[in-house]
Write a protein that binds this ligand. Structure first.
Ligand SMILES: Nc1ncnc2c1ncn2[C@@H]1O[C@H](COP(=O)(O)OP(=O)(O)OP(=O)(O)O)[C@@H](O)[C@H]1O
Ligand SMILES: [Mg+2]
Ligand SMILES: [Mg+2]
Length: 706
């Protein structure tokens, strides 16, 4: 592997987390808003490589130190003993969760988790058990029950959990509510309630397998009649819980374990445990180089097939160092899409891509669609956030059939496309607003009124072969050679391969006339043009007509609160409190209040949508200035909804906490001036919101310009 390839491989997994070179400069200070542990600055560095060569070298050094540190820490951590061949007890796992909750250093946390994974491997009797046990323990640690893209999620409502707790512990709702008001954490309420209960006899202990199965079943149940079943299942588990188990069980059900252990660290811990186990069996020593290689293989495997069952099984069967021979792209498993960086002008693009061949494409304004054709001819369509939205597009099935009819050689593929509303009569693109009127559930082909056309701009897999390591020029050729245009249904994105300023300017104008948002500019050749899953890459630049008019890229922010409406808005919400997302801490950092850009109808429908998500208390993951009453809204919400927001500019503010850990002493954050609501972003999940780090970057860029 060359250094550049290696760097690209590395960047895939960590890519979406932002720029490490900037993060390195910024020291993290403790969260002023929450009492939870503060990450140590030396220990919280994320290995997010930047694009420069110097940084690659730098990063390699840092990774080696990381690996050495990790190896050194071995004997210091104590993980509870588990018996060989016996089922793993849930209480043991909860001991580990508690250790993780108390520990603040990232490396230490990785160490604790990897010790636990090692124990699981050591105490399982055969390969099959190892795989099953490790998958279950891993899912419980990241608090999921299946791969992201299968869409089953925990996150039960507070009322249901409180009811279960009341029946399970014999305490009144009133008492429980009072405790919840005091602790703001249902886990602690459960812990207290359970420790007050005296038990007549010792119940059968819960096993990890039972808890995992039950959680999965609970997550799969839907409909009004399921409520009682869920409560009954929770109660059955609660009877077997001690107070610590009750704490983590309730938190799991609620959807936040509060152990502050990010998924990207879990992957590192898994790699370490697996490779160490393997080497021990062979009587070999793990060197820092082997450890680094194992991590790389694991991260790359994860960015191509984000499915733990598959990765763990392959690592155990074939070895962690061989993961990439087995965990490559598969139709039916969505990979995290590659993302673009905003640019302000064509000249900026010409400078950035100097001496590189690049291409310009229309930037269509629809919905990103990763379209998979499986070898059994089934179709799957995944959203920007890997959500399976196949049911919403039954009208794409005949399109796929037609593609195969036109070329019977086509057996399977993964295409990166924009799905755009299409006016059949006039044969032209319709604006995004029209697309958003399409039904989202129970869509029947015969009832569809808004037609769509798929614009394919990339191909990532063709007939079983991964094309990620091919240049964009080669990937395009695969598309053009093997897929045929179907007028009004399936087309390739318009493109222009030129580096002439005037020619590009004309193409940009034309794109806007053709109802597009502007252009996407991409490197065409060599290692810089490989497809980089999950990365917001410098090799893809977006140029929107908005930017040329002096408006920066829009932001996608999480709604965490609202203000009671006055005057015309009485009875509903008058404005909202928005937050950015910090993927390192999993926190939502308040950024601004917004009240402009809403129509009456929009406000009414937002009221309907958000009311059921109202909370009595802010979540522990909300970062705002608790010492200032002006910083809190009238109403808090469960974070579920994203607003796309346009903004005049950024400003530093003592009232808002967005990006505080990247700025000075952490007493100030970034806020927005004159934010204006554009639309609801329902194709993104709250974790896909604009990150605090991106906002700090935009703020710093602006400060630099003025
Ligand atoms: N030719 C194209 N190549 C790549 N992406 C395109 C193209 N045409 C349209 N798009 C769309 O543009 C999106 C990127 O720009 P946009 O500003 O809309 O991003 P976003 O969805 O708000 O979020 P983010 O930048 O965070 O992905 C892609 O995710 C894709 O949906
Ligand atoms: Mg878009
Ligand atoms: Mg955007």
């Amino acid at each position: 592997m060359t250094a550049t390839q290696k760097q690209q491989t590395l960047s895939r997994f960590f890519g979406s987390q932002g720029e490490r070179c900037m993060a390195k400069k910024r020291s993290r200070s403790p969260s002023p808003a929450s009492s939870k542990k503060a990450p140590k600055s030396d220990d919280t560095k994320e290995s997010t490589p930047d694009d420069s060569v110097a940084d690659v070298a730098d990063d390699a050094k840092e990774r080696l130190i990381d690996a050495k540190e990790l190896l050194k820490m071995d004997s210091e951590v104590k993980v509870p003993d588990m018996a060989v061949g016996k089922p793993i007890l849930y209480s043991k796992l909860c001991e580990v969760f508690e250790a993780l909750e108390k520990e603040s250093g990232r490396l230490k946390c990785i160490e604790i988790a990897s010790e636990m994974f090692s124990h699981v491997l050591d105490t399982s009797e055969n390969q099959e058990d190892q795989i099953r046990n490790l998958v279950e323990v891993n899912y419980l640690t990241i608090n999921r029950v299946c791969p992201d893209y299968e869409g089953l999620e925990l996150g039960l409502g507070e009322t249901l959990l409180m009811k279960a707790l009341a029946t399970g512990t014999g305490r009144s709702m009133q008492q429980l509510k009072k405790d919840l008001g005091e602790y703001g954490d249902i886990g602690l309420v459960a812990q207290k309630s359970r420790s007050k209960q005296s038990l007549m006899f010792k119940p059968q202990p819960l096993t990890v397998s039972q808890v995992f199965k039950n959680l999965k079943e609970i997550a799969s149940m839907s409909g009004a009649s399921s409520q009682n079943k869920k409560i009954a299942m929770i109660n059955r588990m609660l009877t077997s819980c001690d107070s610590r188990e009750a704490k983590f069980l309730m938190r799991s059900l609620e959807g936040t374990l509060r152990i502050q252990f990010a998924e990207k660290s879990v992957v590192v811990a898994l790699a370490k445990a697996l490779v160490e186990h393997e080497m021990k069996q062979r009587g070999q020593k793990v060197t820092p180089a082997i450890l680094s290689e194992a991590e790389e293989q694991m991260k790359e495997a994860f960015s191509q097939t984000p499915n733990y069952e598959l990765i763990i099984e392959s690592a155990i069967k074939y070895g962690t160092l061989k993961l990439m021979d087995h965990c490559t792209l598969k139709p039916g498993i969505p990979l995290k899409p590659m993302l673009a960086k905003p640019t302000k002008s064509i000249t900026e693009i010409l400078n950035q891509f100097e001496n590189q061949e690049f291409t310009c494409e229309y930037k269509y304004d629809g919905e990103r669609a990763q379209v998979h054709l499986l070898p059994d001819r089934t179709l799957r369509v995944y959203s920007r956030s890997s959500e399976n939205m196949t049911q919403r597009y039954p009208d794409l099935i005949p399109v796929m059939e037609e593609l195969q009819r036109l070329n019977p050689e086509v057996k399977s593929f993964i295409l990166d496309c924009e799905c755009v509303a299409w006016d059949k009569k006039q044969e032209k693109i319709l604006p995004f607003q029209i697309l958003s009127t399409r039904k989202r559930k129970d869509v029947k082909e015969e009832d569809i009124t808004v037609q769509v056309c798929l614009f394919a701009f990339d191909i990532l897999l063709y007939n079983g072969e991964s094309l990620l390591q091919k240049s964009l020029k080669e990937r395009r050729q695969y598309m053009y050679d093997n897929l045929k245009v179907i007028p009004g249904k399936f087309r390739f994105s318009e493109k222009l391969d030129s580096s002439d300023l005037d020619v590009i300017t004309k193409f940009l104008d034309q794109s806007v006339k053709d109802s597009c948002e502007g252009l996407m500019i991409k490197t065409l050749n060599g290692t810089n043009s490989l497809y980089e899953p999950s990365k917001r890459s410098r090799n893809w630049l977006k140029l929107k007509k908005d930017y040329l008019e002096g408006v920066g890229d829009s932001l996608d922010l999480v709604v965490i609160g609202a203000y009671v409406g006055k005057g015309k808005r009485t009875g509903g919400y008058g404005g909202f409190l928005l937050a950015s997302y910090n993927p390192d801490s999993g926190e939502f950092e308040a950024i601004c209040k917004i009240g402009t850009g809403f129509s009456e109808e929009m406000l009414a429908s937002l009221f309907e949508k958000l009311k059921p998500t109202q909370l009595d208390e802010p979540k522990a993951s909300f970062v705002y200035d608790k010492t200032n009453p002006r910083a809190a809204p009238d109403i808090w919400f469960e974070p579920t909804t994203l607003f796309e927001v346009k903004v005049a500019d950024f400003t530093e503010s003592p009232l808002y906490k967005c990006g505080y850990s990247f700025l000075g002493d952490g007493s100030k954050g970034v806020s927005l001036r004159f934010p204006r609501f554009v639309r609801i972003r329902d194709d993104k999940s709250v974790e896909d919101a604009t990150t605090s780090e991106q906002i700090v970057e935009m703020y710093e860029k602006q400060a630099h310009l003025s």
